[in-house]
Design a protein around this ligand. Structure first.
Ligand SMILES: Cc1ncc(COP(=O)(O)O)c(C=O)c1O
Length: 398
């Protein structure tokens, strides 16, 4: 019966069913249909732009896939559970679309603080909105807690801060923000706090536990995990923010397709395994790279030389799978490294099962504080000794 078919796609078990599971179990178990005899183990994917809907559509019915795509509910449920929110996540067509939606919660003319070294797309969008007069933008070093707290308290003389944007670790400098301290200071002046949790993943840190209001992801990275999709997500702590984000998505048309939602859910199932492997390998490789004569500086939160090591240890589970290195031989050595590996794909992006590396300043949009010689490495799930030998042979070449 048609109604039954729709139920399979829409009616995943309720959140409460999974509430007592630990995150690495919930990521596998949640977002599934009820276990009635003969029902599928995985939620079906409904490739439909529209659904039969006579008269005035009800709140829970599917009607048109831009308004809400029922096939994406299971993945939204899993992400909401992992971030320990009361509600489900909201999927967007890209990480940037998710960031755009989060920025829409800054009231007109409100002040937005963004880390000076946030992901460059985040900064580009914030600058565009500021240039259009939509909001006032301040950029601050997010790892300098005192400076951010002082700026929050002082405002900019024109407008109080409406939103503090945290990214931790930052991409690609891997700076660590003191999440709980910044949330407390932001809330004390009435600002809402959004955290880009792309690099840590919800299994690596849970910003809503610090008291943050929004968590944002580029699901194109670790959540999907296979470098085969572009997606974003926002998880809101409050029902009001959740509703505002869904309204924004509907009118902007930033709703992802059912196929991308399917790929995301499939990728999510192995997040705990992928994270464990890439985090462990990254810590090993970071130590070896730090000791290598061709490397001036290795940056990874697991290293005791990292200025944010203690904070990362306190607020993260694992230190993430991204390493940045500065090469003694400058930009040319960095380009040569990227040209001479066979296990590390020379490509942009991060968080896939396959290891990747790139010299970040090859992008004209990357900011000047990122050294010309900096190579960002995204550690995948391959054999760690293969990864090391490949790097070592490439670093040894003239
Ligand atoms: C930390 C971070 N946030 C957001 C984004 C944007 O995500 P997307 O490429 O899915 O739009 C990226 C992309 O690289 C990122 O690294």
């Amino acid at each position: 019966m048609p109604g039954d078919l729709l139920d399979l796609g829409v009616m995943a078990r309720p959140r409460s069913f999974y509430a007592d599971l630990s995150p690495d179990t919930a990521v596998v178990a949640a977002g599934r249909p009820d276990w009635d005899q003969g029902e599928p183990v995985n939620p079906p994917v409904l490739f439909n732009s529209t659904f039969i809907s006579r008269g005035v559509p009800g709140e829970t019915e599917a009607s048109y896939a831009r308004y809400d795509n029922p096939s994406n509910h299971p993945a939204e449920q899993v992400i909401g559970l992992l971030e320990a929110s009361q509600g489900d996540g909201v999927l967007f067509a890209s990480g940037m679309a998710a960031i755009d939606a989060a920025f829409s919660l800054v009231p007109p003319g409100g002040r937005l603080i963004v880390p000076s070294h946030a992901y460059n797309g985040t900064l580009a969008l914030a600058r565009q909105l500021a240039a259009q007069g939509r909001l006032r933008l301040s950029t601050l070093p997010i790892d300098q807690t005192d400076a951010v707290v002082a700026a929050l308290a002082g405002g900019d003389g024109c407008a109080p801060t409406a939103m503090l944007w945290i990214e931790s670790p930052t991409n690609p400098l891997l700076e660590i923000a003191d999440g709980p301290a910044l949330v407390e200071a932001a809330h004390a002046v009435g600002a809402i706090v959004a955290v880009d949790n792309t690099i840590a993943t919800p299994l690596g840190q849970r910003p809503l536990d610090w008291g943050a209001d929004l968590v944002v992801h580029s699901a194109s990275k670790y959540l999907g995990g296979h470098s085969d999709l572009i997606l974003g997500a926002v998880v809101a702590a409050s029902a009001d923010h959740d509703t505002a984000l869904r309204d924004f998505r509907r009118v902007r048309g930033a709703t992802p397709s059912a196929f991308d939602g399917f790929l995301l859910l499939r990728g999510l199932r192995t997040l705990a395994l992928r994270n464990a492997r890439s985090n462990a390998s990254a810590a090993i490789l970071a130590r070896r790279l730090e000791a290598h004569p061709a490397v001036d500086r290795a940056i990874h939160p697991s290293l005791t030389s990292h200025p944010g090591h203690a904070i990362a240890k306190a607020q993260m589970t694992g230190f993430g799978g991204i390493i940045s290195i500065e090469l003694a031989g400058g930009a040319a050595a960095a380009e040569a490294l990227a040209a001479q590996t066979k296990a590390w794909a020379p490509a942009t992006s991060l968080g896939g099962v396959e290891s990747m590396l790139e010299r970040r300043r090859r992008w004209p949009g990357e900011f000047a504080e990122v050294p010309e010689s900096l190579v960002r490495l995204s550690v995948g799930i391959e054999n760690v000794d293969d990864l090391w030998e490949d790097l070592a042979q490439a670093l040894a070449r003239p």
